[in-house]
Write a protein that binds this ligand. Structure first.
Ligand code: NDP
Length: 259
C-alpha cells in the first residue's frame, strides 16, 4: 500500500491565518499564498483605508479575506484583535508576524525616538502580540507561528544597526519560544529574507541607483527577490507538512548570507 507523503497538507482548507502588516509587500504576498492554499486570512496594519483596498484586491484570489486595524506597538489594540479573533473565528492556526519598519541611517545619527520606534515595532510589538494572540494557540494545543526576521539580523550591515538589532532579537525570540511552546504543539520558525522589492526599499531599486547595483553584485544569484517567492515558504511553515520543524531560521536571500 502506498503511504501518504503529506503533500495534501499544503491544502489549508479550514485553517485560519493572521498576517500582521498584510496590506502590502511581503505580508500581502504571504496573504495571497495562504488564500491560494484555501486558508481563511485576516490581514492587519495601521491604515484602515489601505487595508480595505488590499482586501478588495485580494478578493480576486478568494473571498475568505478580512482585515482588522491593529498597530503592533499598541497593547490595547492587540487585546482587541485577540477578542476579534475569538469572537469571529474561535481559533487561530497560523500567525505570520510580518509587520515591520526600517530606518536606514548611520547609527550616530539615529535618534532615541527612532531607536524606540524600530525596536517597539519590529521586536517588542511582535513579542507582545505573540504572547497575547499565542494564548489562543496554547489553549487549542496547536499552532504555527512564522516570524519575519531579516538577513540583516544575521550579518552586519552599515546603516542598519538599529534595524538589524531588532531582527537579531526576533531570531533569538523564535529559538527561545520554540523550545518553550513545543509542549503545546505550537511551532515557531523565522524566515530571514534578503532584498525583496517592496515599499520598504523601492526608492533604492526603482531608480537603478549605484547602491542597487552594488547590492545586486554581492548577491550570488545576481537579483533581488520577488515577494511572491516568500509564499511557498509561508504555506509550508503554516502547514502540517512542517510539524517536525521548530525553532528554525530559514534564509531566503539569493545566497547573500553565505557569500
Ligand atoms: P512594507 O513597508 O512594504 O510593509 C510593511 C507592512 O507592515 C505594512 O502593511 C504596514 O502597514 C505594516 N506596519 C508597519 N508598522 C506597523 C505597525 N506598527 N503595526 C502594524 N502594522 C505595521 O515592508 P515589507 O513588505 O518590505 O516588509 C515586511 C517585513 O519583511 C518586515 O518585517 C521587514 O523588516 C521584513 N523584511 C523585508 C525585506 C525587504 O527587502 N523588503 C528584507 C528583509 C526583511 P501600515 O503602514 O498601514 O501600518
Amino acid at each position: 500500500m502506498k503511504e501518504s507523503y503529506m503533500l495534501e497538507a499544503f491544502n489549508l482548507q479550514g485553517k485560519v491565518a493572521l498576517v500582521t502588516g498584510g496590506s502590502r509587500g511581503l505580508g500581502k504576498a504571504a496573504a495571497i499564498a495562504l488564500l491560494q492554499s484555501n486558508a481563511e486570512v485576516i490581514i492587519t496594519g495601521r491604515n484602515k483605508q489601505t487595508l480595505e483596498e488590499t482586501v478588495k484586491e485580494l478578493c480576486a484570489y478568494s473571498t475568505k479575506i478580512k482585515s482588522y486595524v491593529c498597530d503592533v506597538t499598541d497593547s490595547n489594540q492587540i487585546s482587541q484583535l485577540k477578542d476579534y479573533l475569538i469572537n469571529n473565528n474561535g481559533k487561530l492556526d497560523i500567525l505570520v508576524n510580518n509587520a515591520g519598519i526600517v530606518i536606514d541611517k548611520h547609527y550616530i545619527k539615529t535618534s532615541d525616538e527612532e531607536i524606540d520606534r524600530i525596536i517597539n515595532t519590529n521586536l517588542t510589538g511582535l513579542m507582545k502580540l505573540t504572547r497575547e494572540i499565542g494564548t489562543i494557540m496554547i489553549s487549542q494545543k496547536n499552532g504555527k507561528i512564522i516570524n519575519i526576521g531579516s538577513y540583516d539580523g544575521l550579518i552586519g550591515t552599515p546603516g542598519l544597526v538599529a534595524y538589524g538589532t531588532s531582527k537579531g532579537g526576533v531570531i533569538q525570540f523564535t529559538r527561545m519560544l520554540a523550545t518553550e511552546w513545543a509542549r503545546y504543539k505550537v511551532n515557531v520558525n523565522v524566515i530571514c529574507p534578503g532584498y525583496f522589492k517592496t515599499s520598504m526599499n523601492e526608492e533604492v531599486f526603482d531608480n537603478n541607483s549605484e547602491i542597487a547595483d552594488k547590492i545586486i553584485k554581492r548577491i550570488p544569484l545576481r537579483r533581488i527577490g520577488d515577494p511572491r517567492e516568500i509564499g511557498p515558504l509561508i504555506v509550508y511553515l503554516g502547514s502540517e507538512a512542517s510539524d517536525y520543524m521548530t525553532g528554525q531560521v530559514l534564509t531566503i536571500d539569493g545566497g547573500e548570507a553565505v557569500s
